[in-house]
Design a protein around this ligand. Structure first.
Ligand SMILES: [Zn+2]
Length: 74
């Protein structure tokens, strides 16, 4: 029976490869951006905020029809 989860605790942390981003030799547990690139990518993704994407302030609709039954004058 196979474990569904991948346990990386026993994975060696000395895999040597060339960083796919800067092509500098890197060492790590998994193939991917080197720590320097990972930091730059993180800063690029998380560090930059797009303020134009802020949700507009809530403006109550002024054309909401009041409850017709409640206003019924009989
Ligand atoms: Zn790199």
């Amino acid at each position: 029976m196979r474990d569904a989860e991948i346990d990386l605790t026993d994975t060696p942390n000395d895999l040597e490869f060339d960083c796919p981003r800067c092509h500098e030799p890197a060492t790590g547990r998994l193939y991917g951006p080197c720590p320097t690139c990972a930091e730059q990518l993180r800063a690029a993704i998380i560090g930059e905020r797009d303020d134009s994407a802020v949700a507009p302030e809530f403006e109550p609709k002024m054309n909401v029809t009041p409850n017709a039954v409640a206003l019924k004058d009989d």
